[in-house]
Design a protein around this ligand. Structure first.
Ligand code: R5P
Length: 265
């Protein structure tokens, strides 16, 4: 692996081998998502606790202070919307030259396996990897499920992660699943991070699935809504960080959450 690639990857994956990515890219197909109406304000108090932020060039340029930020994972796929016909019909929306100009540490894009546009999104990934490898830029593949949240089960996720890695992704983002998540990780020769998906009922649920994912081999998270849609986003990200980088259990993370919420930590 060349120096630039190793250097960029080390900006994302910390010395302990773990990573906490904070995605705020949801507007690229959802528009002004709840609690992300002003992404710059949402992210400001959370930045100190994130290892990297994931976002589009539009939000990066307009809402993030270039003199005070964290490593950037630039989303470079899109071209669809919540009200359009098919979320899987994505193309590449941002050039590699632009990613370099914006000093991205990585780029990311979605693949939609099993969808009408599977082939197109996989070829997009392969071509993006070809181009990015020339410049030492890691590609993080996002195994997207669109509206079909029920697809989040081990056999499907394992298939997606493996294919993403085979096509050259350096990191793969997927979802946690209760049954067989270890098989998803084992079948994927590159590091795996998990998304959170739509906001769940309780904080404890988030701490439990983050902890379980790490136990079963994920290196960390790329987790958005369950952090910034919380009433206590700083407490959420700090507690998740403790699981990822300080090996807290879910219960310990929850105790920390309560302490931070009550202003005691
Ligand atoms: C989807 O819109 C994005 O790719 C997100 O970055 C990803 O789904 C992670 O965010 P969340 O934890 O909110 O699902």
């Amino acid at each position: 692996m060349d120096w630039g690639m190793r250097n960029r990857l080390s900006q994302l994956i910390q010395r302990d081998g773990r990573a906490l990515f904070l995605p705020i890219d949801h507007g690229y197909f959802q528009g002004p998502t709840h609690k992300l109406e002003k992404p710059g304000e949402t992210v400001k108090p959370l930045l100190p606790y994130a290892d990297a932020i994931m976002l589009t060039r539009g939000v990066l340029r307009n809402c993030i202070d270039p003199t005070n930020t964290k490593p950037i994972i630039l989303r470079v796929s899109g071209g669809t919307s919540m009200v359009g016909e098919d979320l899987s019909n994505e193309g590449i929306t941002t050039s590699v030259k632009e990613a370099i100009r914006l000093n991205a540490s990585a780029v990311s894009m979605s693949i939609f396996i099993g969808s009408r546009h599977e082939h197109q999104t996989l070829i997009n990934l392969a071509r993006l990897v070809d181009e990015c490898e020339e410049y030492g830029i890691p590609v993080m593949a996002v195994t997207a499920v669109g509206r079909e949240l029920e697809k989040r089960e081990a056999r499907y996720l394992a298939l997606c992660c493996r294919i993403a890695a085979e096509l050259g992704a350096r990191v793969v983002k997927t979802y946690y699943c209760r049954e067989g998540f270890e098989k998803v990780v084992e079948g994927c020769p590159v590091p795996v991070v998990i998304a959170g998906g739509p906001k769940v009922e309780s904080e404890m649920e988030v701490f439990e699935f983050v902890h379980a994912a790490i136990e079963k081999g994920a290196i960390g998270v790329n987790l958005g809504r369950n952090v910034w849609q919380s009433d206590y986003p700083v407490a959420m990200i700090r507690s998740i960080r403790a699981i990822i980088h300080e090996n807290y259990t879910a219960k310990e993370a929850h105790d920390l959450f309560v302490q931070i919420k009550e202003g005691k930590a």
